[in-house]
Design a protein around this ligand. Structure first.
Ligand code: ADP
Length: 368
């Protein structure tokens, strides 16, 4: 009977529990034994039954409706070093596991593929130091990895949506709707800071959904000499049409073309000094990660969890790891390494101030 482990890693996102549920139940359906790795890579490094735990069908009952991740997530420095990964290899072999499904962001998935590539050399080292037997070394000669992207930021290239992104977007919309009521009552301006790290998807989509007056995102860095004039001109125009509220949404990673951050404070000062608006800043923070997943994320996570189990069962020893994506509404398998590489080249393009390239890498069809 094959054993398949599932782990959640990096920043938590709504829908991660649905991935775990789908993996557990699909594995059992396919006559495999599912395991949870608790606390992300930390659980692999620590090992033992507290961290590598078999799950039963009913253990994941009701998990679709629960936010966050019930099996825990963590950042684990030790796993970035070979010594930590060697421990991880030992603990997986100890538990009889040779397939691992990782739900996390690009950092977690990079770590997963590195672990897979390094696995044979880790196994030889364990054999040489007599931590495992010759028979174990043969049985566990390769590790199958499959990535599923869990991130509220929607920051992975080659998939249309990451698990959690639409839930976080919904939380932002609800919060802005609440703020809108008080803004209208006092005729105020609100600067709303949203998450997204280096990706402006949440801010852009929140801007559209809440009909914000102005947005700032890292992909479209503003001109440091003119953005204040442009923002004030737009907002004044809206105010002249008797609009009683002003909503400006700023992504936490927003930049100007000199790569200086555009902060909520900068925007606040501009609105107060130039337009004399009664202005407040609302940083939504971890509320965006809160609550249960919206239906879309539950469906996405379930379909991708099922496909991840199929992918590890199909995979040929030593072959490159897949990630499960959603592309044009279809659940697909793509190369994990290529997707991470493309995602990283967006960050390099931002660092090189090549903003045209940023947009074309994010969405090649959009730019054409
Ligand atoms: P995310 O997966 O959300 O991008 P991080 O980048 O913090 O989050 O990665 C989560 C964890 O994945 C890290 O704490 C570390 O244990 C592991 N990890 C990240 N990058 C690597 C890497 N290059 N090699 C090995 N492990 C890594």
């Amino acid at each position: 009977k094959r054993s398949i482990a599932v782990m959640t890693s990096g920043g938590d996102a709504q829908g991660m529990n649905s991935v775990v549920r789908a993996v557990v139940r699909t594995a059992i359906f396919k006559n495999c034994q599912p395991f949870a790795i608790m606390e992300g890579y930390e659980g692999l490094v620590r090992g033992g039954p507290d961290y590598i735990t078999p799950l039963k069908w009913e253990d994941v009952s009701g998990w679709n409706a629960i936010g966050g991740t019930n099996i825990g997530t963590a950042r684990c420095m030790k796993f970035k070093e070979r010594e930590g990964r060697l421990l991880g290899c030992f603990h997986l072999i100890q538990a009889g596991i040779d397939a691992l499904i990782v739900c996390g962001g690009d950092g977690s998935l990079t770590g997963a593929d590195l672990f897979r590539a390094e696995w044979p050399s880790l196994v030889s080292e364990l054999l040489k130091t007599k931590k495992i037997t010759q028979e174990e070394a043969q049985t566990y000669e390769s590790l199958n990895i499959c990535g599923v992207v869990g991130s509220i930021d929607n920051d992975m290239c080659s998939t249309d949506a990451t698990i959690g992104a639409y839930s976080a977007l919904s939380r932002i919309c609800e919060a802005v709707d609440y703020v809108e009521a008080t803004a209208a009552s006092h005729s105020r301006a609100f600067v709303i800071e949203v998450m997204g790290r280096h990706c402006g998807w949440l801010a852009l989509m929140a801007g559209i959904s809440t009909s914000a007056d102005f947005i700032f995102i890292p992909e479209e860095a503003v001109n440091p000499g003119t953005w204040r004039d442009e923002m004030c001109e737009t907002i004044s125009r809206h105010r002249k049409r008797n609009k009683r509220t002003t909503i400006v949404i700023v992504a936490e990673g927003a930049l100007d073309r000199d790569l200086n951050p555009v902060t909520a404070n900068d925007i606040y000062k501009t609105l107060v000094d130039r337009l004399k608006l009664d202005t407040r800043i609302t940083t939504l923070g971890h509320v965006q990660r809160g609550g249960s997943a919206v239906a879309y994320d539950r469906v996405l996570a379930t379909l991708q969890g099922v496909e991840a189990v199929n992918a590890v069962l199909d995979s040929v020893a030593g072959s490159a790891s897949p990630i499960i994506t959603v592309s044009e509404n279809k659940i697909m398998r793509k190369s994990l390494v290529d997707s991470v590489k493309l995602t990283k080249s967006v960050a390099s393009a931002i660092a090189a101030k090549d903003f045209g390239k940023v947009l074309s890498l994010r969405d090649p069809e959009f730019i054409e």
